[in-house]
Design a protein around this ligand. Structure first.
Ligand code: ADP
Ligand code: MG
Length: 677
């Protein structure tokens, strides 16, 4: 049997079945093999009767205590037996319209039944279970039975059988991935994974098989993407050779880079060393330390005699980065450019930028203005890329002559995914936090808890730590139950002992005011900062250990996760208190996702699930599902591994691979359409 034979080549699949399979878009043996189970039935070992509960799907083993009874139940014929397994309880087992069983089931003999447990008149009941002999059951026990997507007329058994025959009938598929790649990424063989996804021996096999097939899917997709873009990679005028000063600078930092940070940095350095333009997305959860990686990259560029620029979405963040960069480096001319600067300040900044005096620009979108021109811009960095559009990033890059591009983002939101999946960017992921971090402790509470929360922050402040309190709105006209910053601050002041220094920050303040307030807070001159979400992105004050978020139900999970990311940035234990202003069960469920997990990837996944997947591929794929198995959220790590591999395979190698394994060509055509390979 060949993989591209019609499914009629499979024994037992006739014309009629073919019609039904066609409804599932299954025509060839290959199609059938790619019809992966949508779920699995895990056959768990036999359980004692007494511990069974309503709804369990379980296997029980026991002896018949009484002769089988047959009675009429309406038009049905009901056969009931009673089973005991030596424990304190018995279970009634019933079958409809199978009176003949009466003669096969014998008193005193031991049987195994498997089915769903119900409770009826306080008795345990199992309806229509399957009957197994000991040998039969021990053969399947512990295994996962595939459950396939079906269509009317096609049973799960029939599909299972056909898949089994197809797997046995085809020649063992050849491996196409080199052994070293499989070893590096811990990937099982293709042939065994194909078997393993249909008929997994156990859960581990299933996980490993799925991983391999997901990897294949993503790799072939990315290779397709690569072919589509091939030849398009622009040459760079800025070949940056790694400068020893930067290594020295890194060694002189008060901390050591994490492994993930080093890896990301190495990716960037080796990108910029090639004669091609870098286009890289640096992804890492809040607090994973992206800024310092970007700064190291900028230093490389400067040491090579060029300019670099960073664009951030808020003034507050621009000033923070500016200060941070200035503090961390020596002898550099770092220039700030934001919309709120005076005309004179801006003019001066622009002059330095265009004359080439300036080494690094840190700015808001003000850097995109027409009259900003660079002398020799070799690297642009967009921080919090998800706040910008792709176009803004491109405009930014347009400020130079094809400079290298580094985009940074903390949330795996659709745009970022689009960048990975459809875009032109390579990906580096910082998937660990600095080692000294303790996970943030979360509490989800209602407003009755507020007095306790205040006591708690009083203690934190007494210990010399700082606190953020987030209020949703500033506008007085907002609904009355909404706490607004001004009123809130007053109330807070009267509930806390004198001497605690409280300040407030809102988006409506002038940039100068905001700046002063943030300065004071980061210098430790304020204990509690009451703020709107203006501090959402990027703000980094390590001594702030506690954040209270009022009316947490008003915010999206992604925003809440970002807000929470303002604490847990140093080595002290941090706390996040989500204060709920509602009794809504739904709101609570949603917030519990955050209470349970500090992992941004997980949170955004759950967030998307709650919001429905509808908008995920909305514009790009118009609802079509591109991957059979891969889930770009769940499998984001495999995605980046596959992208590494895709990159390591050059076009000649790829062509050789495709000639040797025609099935890959077929699969890629699925992603690329009719493109000549
Ligand atoms: P984000 O990824 O959210 O932008 P930042 O770059 O602001 O995170 O880093 C958060 C904090 O962690 C900063 O104060 C930074 O100085 C610090 N930091 C970064 N890398 C490390 C490290 N390897 N070890 C300890 N602290 C680090
Ligand atoms: Mg940041």
């Amino acid at each position: 049997m060949e993989r591209n034979d019609s499914i009629k080549a499979i024994k037992g699949v006739g014309d009629k079945a073919c019609e039904m399979y066609a409804k599932l878009d299954i025509y060839t043996v290959e199609d059938l093999l790619n019809h992966f189970p949508r779920d699995y039935d895990h056959i768990k070992p036999i359980r004692p009767i007494y511990e069974l509960k309503e709804g369990d799907i379980a296997a029980v083993e026991g002896r018949l205590v009484a002769r089988p009874k047959v009675k009429k139940a309406g038009r049905l014929n009901l056969l009931t037996i009673q089973l005991e397994d030596g424990g304190p309880k018995t279970i009634d087992i019933t079958w409809f319209n199978m009176p003949f069983l009466k003669n096969t089931l014998h008193m005193g003999t031991s049987y195994i039944f498997r089915g769903q447990v119900k409770v009826f008149r306080e008795r345990l009941v199992m309806e229509q279970p399957k009957i197994y002999t000991k040998t039969e059951f021990y053969n399947i026990s512990g295994k996962l039975k595939p459950i396939y997507g079906l269509t009317k007329g096609l049973t799960n058994n029939a599909v299972t059988k056909a898949v089994g025959l197809a797997l046995d009938g085809i020649e063992t598929p050849k491996e196409y991935l080199p052994a070293e790649i499989r070893k590096k990424y811990d990937l099982s063989g293709y042939a065994s994974s194909l078997k393993g996804i249909h008929f997994p021996k156990d859960r581990q096999t299933l996980i490993e098989s799925r991983k391999r097939l997901v990897f294949d899917e993503l790799l072939l997709y990315l290779l397709s993407l690569k072919l589509i873009k091939s030849g398009a990679k622009p040459e760079s005028r800025y070949v940056i050779s790694p400068h020893p000063d930067v290594e020295k600078w890194l060694a002189g930092l008060p901390f050591e880079l994490t492994k993930a940070q080093k890896k990301a940095y190495d990716d960037i350095v080796s990108d910029m060393e090639t004669p091609f333009v870098m286009s890289r997305l640096l992804q890492g959860d809040v607090g994973s330390g992206k800024t310092v990686v970007a700064l190291a990259a900028l230093l490389q560029v400067v040491k090579n005699g060029y300019q670099g620029a960073v664009m951030v979405p808020t003034e507050v963040l621009a000033r923070q980065h500016f200060k941070n960069f200035t503090d961390l480096t020596e002898d550099l001319n770092i220039v700030l450019l934001t919309g709120s600067m005076t005309a004179k300040q801006k003019k001066e900044a622009k002059e330095q930028i265009s004359s080439g005096e300036c080494d690094i620009v840190v700015g808001t979108q003000a850097v995109l203005q027409d009259d900003v021109s660079f002398a020799r811009l070799a690297l642009v960095v967009t921080d919090e890329q998800h706040r910008f559009g792709v176009r803004q990033r491109e405009t930014f890059a347009g400020k130079g002559e094809k400079p290298h591009i580094l985009a940074m983002s903390a949330t795996p939101i659709p745009r970022t995914l689009a960048l990975i999946l459809y875009g032109d960017m390579d990906l580096s992921v910082i998937d660990e936090k600095p080692a000294n971090r303790l996970p943030v402790k979360n509490a989800l509470v209602n407003t009755q808890y507020r007095p306790n929360a205040y006591k708690f922050i009083e203690k934190r402040v007494a210990d010399g730590e700082q606190v953020y309190i987030i209020c949703p709105m500033i506008d007085e006209s907002e609904e009355s139950e909404l706490e607004n910053v001004t009123i809130y601050s007053e109330k807070l002041r009267s509930s806390l002992p004198e001497g605690i220094r409280i300040d407030s920050l809102t988006g409506k303040m002038s940039a100068k005011e905001k700046d002063e307030i943030m300065e004071k807070f980061s210098a430790g001159q304020t204990d509690i900062l009451v703020s709107t979400t203006v501090i959402e992105v990027g703000i980094d004050v390590a001594n702030a250990t506690t954040i209270i978020i009022e009316n947490a139900e008003r915010f999206g999970l992604a925003t809440l996760h970002q807000l929470r990311g303002r604490v847990g940035r140093g080595d002290k234990q941090s706390y996040c208190i989500f204060m709920m202003g509602t009794e809504s069960k739904k709101a609570k469920e949603r917030l519990q996702i955050l209470e349970r997990s500090n992992d941004g990837f997980l949170v955004s996944q759950e967030d998307l699930k709650l919001r429905g997947q509808g908008d995920l591929f909305g514009t790009i794929q118009s609802g079509e599902k591109i991957f059979l198995l891969a889930d770009i959220y769940e499998d984001s790590k495999i995605l980046s591994q596959a992208s590494e591999v895709a990159k390591s395979i050059d076009e000649t190698e790829l062509r050789i691979m495709l000639d040797k394994h025609p099935r890959l060509r077929e699969k890629m055509r699925y992603y690329m359409g009719e493109i000549t390979l």
